[in-house]
Structure formats: C-alpha cells, structure tokens
Design a protein around this ligand. Structure first.
Ligand code: FA5
Length: 337
C-alpha cells in the first residue's frame, strides 16, 4: 500500500520539468489532487482496511498530498519568479536616454521691466513697497491732494466698486500709505503694481496697465536729485547714450510737476523724444497729510508707465500684446534678462 502511494508521488516528480507552464502545473494538480485525482481516489481504499491500519494509511495519504502540493507550488514559484525577472529586465531604466523635452516658459516682458527697475533702485538703497489694488478713495485721491470736488479727478476715469472704494487709478496711493506708516522718518521707495482706468483700449492705452511709483522724502531733497535719479534710471534701462528732457506739467500731488521724455534716434538718424513718466516735488499738502512737516521735509516723486518702458525697450507696437497671452509674442522673451 505504502509503495503504491510512494509510486504516485514519484510519478508526479517524473512529470515535473522546467518547460511546464503554469497551466500545465495546474492540470497536474487536478490530475493528482482533484476530486477524481490519482491520489484522491486512493482515499476510498481506506474503507477496505482493518481499523488499526486506517490511521497509518490516512497519514501516508496526507504526507503524499503535502509532498505533491509542495512540488507543484515550488515549481509554480520558480515560473513566477522567472516571469517577474523577465518583466523587470524589459523595464530596465536607461538613465543615459535623453529626458522628456519639457516646454520652458519665459518671464513676461512687464515682469522683466519691473525686475530691472527693482534691481536698479534697490542698488541705490531704495526699498520696494506695495499696496492694495482695490483702494480707498482716501488714499487714491484725497491724500494725494485730490479732494472730492477736485476737477483733476476727471483725469482718472475710475472703476468704483463702492462709493469709497475703487480699483486704484495709479500707484500714487502707495505713497500716502507709506508716509502714514513711516511716521515722519525719511523714505526712499519704489512701488510697482497694476493700475486701472476706464480708458478705451487701443494701441497705446489699456484699461489695466502697470505703473512704478517712486518716492523720496528727506530734509535736503531737491529737484536736482529728482533729475539725476531719472537720468540714471533712463540710462540704466535704455543705454548710456540716452538723455532725458523735462517738460512743465501739472499733477495735484506735486509742485512743480514735470513730464519726462527719453531721447531715441529714429530710423533717419534724427533724435526724437518720447514721454515715459510723470514726476515732481511732493506737494506740501501731501507731505502734511502724510505726517511730514513741509518746512522741514521735502520730497520728490515719480510715476512710470511700465508698458511704455517695455514698448520702447523691446520695440513693441501695440500695448494689447502684453495682455492677450499670445505664446508667439511671449516666447520671444525667452532668455532675455
Ligand atoms: C500718474 O498716474 C501720476 N500718478 C504719476 C506721478 C506720480 C506724477 C508721482 C507725479 C508724481 P499719469 O496719469 O500721467 O500720471 O500716468 C503716468 C503714466 O502711466 C503715463 O505716462 C502712461 O505711461 C501710463 N498710463 C496712463 N494711463 C494709461 C493707460 N490707460 N494705458 C497705459 N498706460 C497708461
């Protein structure tokens, strides 16, 4: 009886070879251990045995079953490991392959101009300030010497949100906010940011545009400081050969006020001028409202249209190019610093 059972196990061992597939192994398992399998059918013989032999017989059958299961599982594991190794080999990472070609973005021309101005003025010891785009009438107009009945308010067609709040029409309210918090201490700041006016959009005007404010307050500040500062800035941005021209102008918050043109040479070799900013000496009323005694302190201020700078610097013919997100336009600024 024992020999018969052993020969069943041996017959299975003889059938095991490396070419068997997982399906073949499963078929062998059914052939030996299935409901009508070779080993299972031996079980029915137990009924024919005397009682004292039954436990031993049961033990033999059990051992044989374990041995068959072990052989088949072991072979299955060999096959699975082999399949996994082959898969891993196929998926080997070749670190010498070139990487994916990610599209690189570029800085927006207005960001380039802003960063350039910041670098220049930080180099002169200025701080960079900022303020809210949704501004109170108080800072946008009143503290800039534009009382509610001031006719010059009409120079700024405004987007009012409530009776007292509007989208700032210029970066000048940052002056007022900075003076208020500086509590009479000297100031040297620039403040770039977005501004909004109900101007019709065309080649040179946009309802949303950028300005960069400048404000210096100290005891001995003169108009000569303003002129030299603006000349230095123009030469930094446009090149050493440039010069500037100041024309008398009017702003309620500065006195005297000027508009500043930068020189350029046109295609016929003729020197021309183009306006880039407004500036002036801080009006005594603005100093007083900001907490500075105009008999002790003086200041100069300027407000630059940043699109105007970018248009000149990069020879752009339409301000709307800055705001239409056309990649053909934006990609031209790749690598420009
Ligand atoms: C002002 O806004 C003053 N706050 C500037 C200033 C500051 C003067 C400090 C004195 C002291 P103005 O309205 O001229 O001034 O605007 C300044 C610049 O902003 C203009 O030269 C122009 O380049 C730009 N600008 C004005 N309106 C628009 C617009 N709709 N679209 C594009 N740029 C504009």
């Amino acid at each position: 009886m024992k020999e018969k059972i052993d020969s069943i196990v041996t017959s299975l061992n003889d059938k095991i070879h490396p070419d068997l597939t997982l399906n073949d192994l499963e078929a062998l398992r059914v052939e030996y251990l299935g409901k009508n399998g070779i080993l299972t059918s031996q079980m029915s013989l137990i009924r024919t045995l005397p009682n004292e032999e039954k436990p031993k017989f049961g033990q033999w059958i059990n051992d044989a079953k374990l041995s068959i299961e072990h052989v088949i599982t072991e072979q299955k594991n060999i096959l699975l490991t082999k399949a996994m190794n082959e898969q891993l080999k196929k998926e080997t990472l070749d670190v010498t392959m070139p990487g994916l070609n990610f599209k690189k973005g570029s800085l927006h021309p207005l960001t380039l101009v802003t960063q350039d101005l910041e670098d220049y003025f930080i180099g002169l010891g200025y701080k960079v300030a900022e303020g809210p785009e949704l501004e109170l009438d108080k800072y946008n107009f009143e503290m800039m010497n534009l009382a509610s009945d001031h006719p010059a308010r009409e120079m700024h067609d405004s987007f009012y949100v409530t009776q007292n709040t509007l989208l700032r029409t210029h970066t000048s309210p940052i002056q007022a906010r900075y003076m208020e918090k500086s509590k009479g201490q000297p100031i040297a700041i620039i403040a770039p940011g977005k501004t909004y006016r109900r101007d019709p959009d065309d080649r040179t005007h946009s309802h949303q545009f950028m300005q960069c404010e400048g404000l210096v307050i100290d005891k001995n500040v003169t108009f000569a400081h303003l002129k030299e500062t603006l000349l230095g800035m123009a030469r930094h941005i446009f090149g050493e050969e440039r010069t500037i021209r100041l024309r008398p102008s009017y702003f309620p918050f500065t006195e005297p006020s000027v508009e500043v043109d930068v020189s350029y040479v046109d295609s016929d070799g003729k020197t021309e001028w183009i306006e880039v900013l407004g500036a002036g000496m801080v009006h005594p009323n603005v100093l007083t409202m900001g907490g500075y005694d105009p008999k002790v302190y003086r200041g100069f201020a300027f407000g630059i249209g940043l699109e105007r700078i970018a248009i000149l610097k990069y020879k752009i013919d339409d301000i709307r190019q800055f705001y239409t997100n056309d990649l053909r336009f934006l990609n031209q600024f790749k690598g420009v610093l």
